[in-house]
Design a protein. Structure first.
Length: 581
């Protein structure tokens, strides 16, 4: 619990540091707010002079002069108000732009956990919520709030009774604002959580649309989504009703208070202790004094979402440290060493791999075999640097993987995951790893190495064929071959292929083995996590993992003989035991 609090404090300090970068602009907004609120006195003073001087003297020249001056002052106030709004808009945009890369990278790293935290899924939306708060009228009202006592002071100058009424009304609105915060906090949190769950379920159903259609799950999927959607709507309506109640109460009470101010002012005018101009001016001043409070109450949902977003971002950034700048190392050789590697999946308590050691040389292909859940995919994630070892080291040409920048390491290690996911874009863009400036020659070269070139050319638009996240018109085998080409793009020195032939037909398996053979001939090291024997046909070495530990490692033929001999001994022992029984 204490570590979580410390993480939130670290994240909040990082966010505050970024916010402080705009401190000069915040000060400029505060200065503009001073003059805007000072110019707000234009209306009351104009009314005071019109009622007490112009109407009494019946001077047209005075009225014209006052009107021209008031028009100029209101024009200046409008310009200053417009400028401070633009400054706040740019402050919010700069805050978001400054943190976009950091939050995006932190959410990606946190999403690699076996159970991604909520902060990882909502990070970008939380950043937008904070940005909307910075640019909202509600935060502008916060800059206006310190000048409320100035308007109350002006009312007191007219008459103490008017000042007391204004302060009492302001106190009631403050109490309403506090009650609004306390009563709407839980409904807003519930509404936001329910909305996120319904959106996530809808996105998951859309991503698996083919499966939903093929298995006749549309009705069931809709029913489940409708339940989540209904819960979201109910929670949203409840939160809106609660917030709307306080907003209506605030607006109604403020209007009543202005009428009460006029009534009390009229009484004082009848008693001869207040002028008619002061009565009107006092009512206008009170409306201006209470406007920031009313705005804050009305915009409280924006405050609440911004605050929740700030808290979740603080927790995320505090738990996921920023990548440090790394010294650029020379291009490594395909020498990969694991030294007593123990891997605990993020968010888990138990290790999936324990004390794994091996060394692979350039030109070698290593088959990693084992039963389901033995730890093969865990090893793949550790080899590509996604999951860092809890103990031991994985070294690439002598340097631990932590010494490489993440993007740089990705250029040296090609990865084909067990479930290949494409991105919305062209096949060329997917093979080029969504680079903004893809190298056409490198794309074609990678496709040829993966034996996918001819297959791609047969598509309607060849390399410019557009695909979706679920592959679109491509079959599972075609998607896997495009994924293999993506893994080979950029000439990486290490290839990590997790179940690379799971969706391939015989021709695809032959093409895969040819691609592995080419990679070996170029001095690369290849890891193949496999269940099917055809996938390890071109392997020189074999690593057998059992319950997260290394059972055997060495030349393929020797390891296979040992494994088969042990399997026969176990079978024979089991048979003898059965005979005794």
């Amino acid at each position: 619990m204490r570590s979580n609090d410390q993480a939130v404090q670290r994240g909040a300090a990082e966010l505050a540091a970024v916010r402080r970068e705009g401190r000069p602009l915040y000060w400029s907004v505060a200065i503009f707010s001073f003059f805007v609120n000072l110019l707000m006195l234009t209306g009351p003073l104009y009314m005071l002079n019109v009622y007490d001087r112009v109407l009494g003297s019946r001077s047209l020249e005075t009225l014209i002069a006052l009107s021209v001056l008031v028009a100029f002052l209101y024009g200046m106030m409008g310009i200053l108000d417009f400028v401070r709004g633009r400054v706040m808009g740019r402050l919010g945009a700069r805050f978001q732009a400054r943190l976009d890369r950091r939050v995006f990278a932190a959410s990606l790293r946190a999403s690699n956990q076996s159970r991604p935290p909520e902060e990882a899924r909502t990070a970008l939306r939380d950043l937008e919520a904070v940005q909307r708060l910075i640019t909202s009228p509600a935060l502008m009202a916060v800059f206006d709030l310190p000048w409320t006592p100035l308007f109350f002071l002006g009312i007191f100058i007219f008459h103490p009774a008017l000042g007391i009424l204004a302060i009492a009304g302001g106190a009631v609105l403050v109490v309403v604002a506090i009650a609004n915060q306390m009563s709407t906090k839980k409904p807003l949190e519930t509404a936001n959580a329910a909305s996120f769950q319904s959106e996530a379920l809808g996105a998951q159903i859309r991503s698996e649309s083919e499966l939903v259609h093929a298995l006749g799950m549309r009705g069931a999927a809709f029913d489940r989504w409708q339940i989540a959607r209904g819960a979201s709507l109910d929670a949203t309506i409840g939160a809106a009703d609660s917030a709307g109640t306080f907003t209506a109460m605030t607006r109604t009470f403020r209007l009543f208070l202005q009428s009460a101010m006029l009534g009390l002012g009229a009484l004082l005018v009848l008693e001869g202790v207040l002028s008619a101009g002061a009565m009107i001016a006092g009512s206008i001043l009170m409306g201006r004094a209470l406007a920031p409070i009313e705005m804050i109450v009305g915009q409280w949902a924006v405050f609440q979402k911004g605050r929740e977003g700030w808290t979740r971002l603080s927790r995320l950034l505090g738990s996921v440290s920023e990548d440090e700048a790394r010294t650029a190392l020379p291009a490594p050789r395909a020498i990969l060493t694991a030294e007593n590697v123990t891997v605990v999946p993020p968010g888990e308590q138990q290790a999936s791999l324990r004390m794994i050691s091996f060394e692979v040389q350039p030109g070698q292909a290593v088959g990693v075999i084992g039963t389901s859940g033995a730890g093969k995919s865990t090893l793949a994630r550790a080899l590509i640097g996604v999951w860092r070892p809890a103990g031991g080291k994985i070294r690439l040409d002598g340097a631990s993987l932590e010494q490489y920048d993440a993007d740089t390491l990705g250029q040296y290690i090609g990865y084909l995951p067990q479930r290949v996911q494409l991105f919305d874009g062209t096949i060329k863009e997917n093979i080029a790893r969504m680079s903004m400036t893809p190298d056409d020659a490198a794309v074609v070269r990678a496709a040829k190495k993966a034996a996918a070139h001819d297959m791609i050319l047969k598509l309607p638009d060849g390399y410019d064929t557009r695909v979706t996240a679920n592959g679109g018109r491509l079959s599972g085998g075609q998607i896997q071959r495009v994924g293999l080409a993506r893994a080979m793009y950029g000439d990486p020195v290490i290839l990590v292929l997790d179940e690379p032939n799971s969706n391939l037909d015989n021709d695809g398996s032959v093409a895969l083995n040819n691609a592995i053979k080419v990679a070996k001939s170029e001095g690369k090291a290849v890891f193949i996590m496999a269940h099917r024997p055809a996938a390890i046909q071109e392997c020189d070495m074999l690593l057998v993992i059992e319950n997260g530990t290394r059972r055997a490692f060495g030349p393929k033929d020797e390891v296979m003989k040992d494994v088969l001999r042990n399997a026969q001994q176990i079978t024979a022992t089991t048979g003898q035991a059965g005979g005794v029984q």
